[in-house]
Design a protein around this ligand. Structure first.
Ligand SMILES: Cc1ncc(COP(=O)(O)O)c(C=O)c1O
Length: 381
């Protein structure tokens, strides 16, 4: 099997698996129970929170364990909007966010009557800081932008965004850092809220994290118990939360080496595609990119057909974000990048990790070329 869809999810790190299965068996008590079994689980969970906070350079009480980044994004966006709406009902995001962000804003607009500015992007999938500056107004209370786009791999200028938002103390800045964590260096300085997901860094599915600065208040979306500072009622998913720190530690281990590995193979893949696949147009820009995602259009071919043909050969890639893969229309992200209909409707997404090998890249390009030749033949006979 050749897996080149690491953006959708990653295989579980064997060390995480081993610890997790042991925990499931031994540490089953409710973290909120008063007796020693429960206390032990709570202590392990709090230790994981502390270690995670140290790795992210923040305080322990600024981290909230969630069921994933979709929940963290919903919590940050709706929680902030409902908390601070009396200060103003204008919020800002971009038009190429992950669906969990995009749909949260749509809901704020539709259900709660907020005014939402969706910042446009250029043909590289980049926002322009001038557009952000122009969108800010007296009533703005929240700006939410992603760090790395999950379909094209473009990196937004978050450090520049921080400098702008810092001048507006009333505005909270939320950053969806899901595709940045473990891929590019990140800093939570001058960020009010940030979302993370474990299964994108060889961790468990159903495991995420919301960073929330101490001075930032949220209206809870799941009211109930005292868990997670009262922001997320319900018995803690303790074993999952306990392995978060280990997952992150392993993901950040040899960070620069892994980053270089991915970059080297990205450039190799790009070279092979450009040399061998004549119908290919690479939509990922040459600048401001993370190097772990390549979006390529194969003009004249249906991406689903290519994905399934490669699947028969044991090669796994995707057409777009897994969360939107069941929709038939052209990707919202590519549409917003003003790509022509034929380019936007023929895109595939290849994503790499430090587990990717040279041989996998070579086989992939060879098999892709073979699939395209066969599909073309089928069409003409
Ligand atoms: C940029 C981005 N944000 C949020 C998410 C949602 O993460 P989760 O699967 O943990 O809910 C994803 C997952 O694809 C993503 O790529």
């Amino acid at each position: 099997m050749i897996y080149l869809d690491y953006v959708a999810t990653t295989p579980l790190n064997p060390q995480v698996y081993e610890t997790y299965t042991k925990l499931l068996k031994d540490k089953f008590a409710n973290a909120d129970s008063m007796y020693d079994l429960g206390l032990e689980v709570e202590l392990l969970m709090e230790k994981s929170r502390l270690l995670t906070a140290k790795m992210l350079g923040v305080e322990k009480d600024e981290l909230i364990f969630t069921s994933g980044a979709s929940e963290a994004n919903n919590m940050a966006i709706k929680g902030t909007a409902l908390q601070y709406w009396h200060r103003g009902k204008h919020v800002i995001t971009s038009c190429i966010e992950h669906s969990s962000v995009y749909e949260s804003f749509k809901e704020l607009e539709r259900v709660f009557g907020f005014e939402v500015t969706y910042l446009p992007v250029d043909q590289h999938g980049l926002i322009h800081l001038e557009d952000l500056k122009q969108a800010l107004k007296e009533e703005t209370i929240l700006v939410s932008l992603m760090y790395v786009n999950n379909e094209v791999g473009t990196v937004f200028p978050i450090e520049e965004v921080k400098k702008i938002i810092k001048q507006y103390p009333k505005i909270k800045l939320h950053v969806d850092m899901v595709q940045a964590l473990g891929k590019i260096p990140i800093s939570l300085e001058d960020v009010d809220l940030a979302s993370f997901s474990a299964h994108k860094i060889e961790g468990l599915k159903g495991s995420g994290l919301l960073y929330k600065k101490r001075n930032c208040q949220l209206v809870p979306l799941i009211s109930g118990g005292q868990q997670e500072q009262g922001l997320r009622g319900g018995t803690s998913n303790a074993c999952t939360n306990i392995v978060f720190a280990k997952t992150l530690r392993l993901a950040l281990e040899n960070f620069e080496m892994k980053q270089q590995h991915v970059k080297t193979f990205y450039l190799y893949l790009k070279d092979l595609i450009q040399q061998n696949i004549t119908c290919a147009t690479i939509n990922t820009p040459d600048h401001d990119l993370s190097y772990h995602i390549m979006n390529v259009s194969l003009v004249g071919y249906k991406p689903e057909v290519i994905v399934h043909d490669l699947e028969k050969k044991g090669i796994y890639i995707s057409t777009r974000s897994a969360c939107s893969s069941k929709q038939n229309e052209v990707s919202r992200v590519l549409k917003m990048m003003h790509l022509s209909e034929e380019v936007a409707s023929s895109a595939i997404r290849i994503s790499l990790s430090s587990l990717t090998t040279k041989e996998e890249i070579e086989i992939f390009v060879r098999e892709l070329q073979d699939s395209l030749t066969n599909l073309k033949k089928k069409r003409t006979t």
